[in-house]
Design a protein around this ligand. Structure first.
Ligand SMILES: C[C@H](O)[C@H](O)[C@H]1CNC2=NC(N)=NC(=O)C2=N1
Length: 98
């Protein structure tokens, strides 16, 4: 069963994400990042690639797209907070752009 990250788990798994622009909404326990692209098609292509990983891992973002921006929020609804699954999907989203 996936569990909310412990303090040490957060230091290990979330610190690298903060370095790439992810932020933690501590009150809601949600990871958030806004990605900016050249245009809408680039933004949508990113969402398409990320969606395939989300479906493969059965772990899905709460996200919105406005023209060339994609705002992503990651949390694990089943446990009401950030888990290793959220960190994994966040890393993958960053990797898609690398
Ligand atoms: C039934 C299905 O496996 C669950 O609802 C999965 C789907 N995707 C999910 N995504 C996220 N972000 N959190 C969840 O708890 C979650 N649960």
């Amino acid at each position: 069963m996936t569990e909310k990250l412990s303090e040490s788990g957060r230091e290990t798994l979330l610190a690298p994400l903060y370095a790439t622009g992810w932020e933690l909404d501590a009150e809601k326990d949600v990871l958030k990042k806004t990605f900016k692209f050249e245009d809408f098609t680039e933004a949508f292509a990113f969402m398409t690639r990320a969606a395939l990983w989300a479906e493969k891992w059965d772990h899905h973002p709460d996200w919105s797209n406005g023209y060339n921006k994609v705002t992503v929020k990651l949390t694990t609804h089943d446990v009401g907070g950030v888990t290793a699954l959220d960190a994994k999907l966040a890393r993958k989203m960053d990797q898609i752009l690398a």
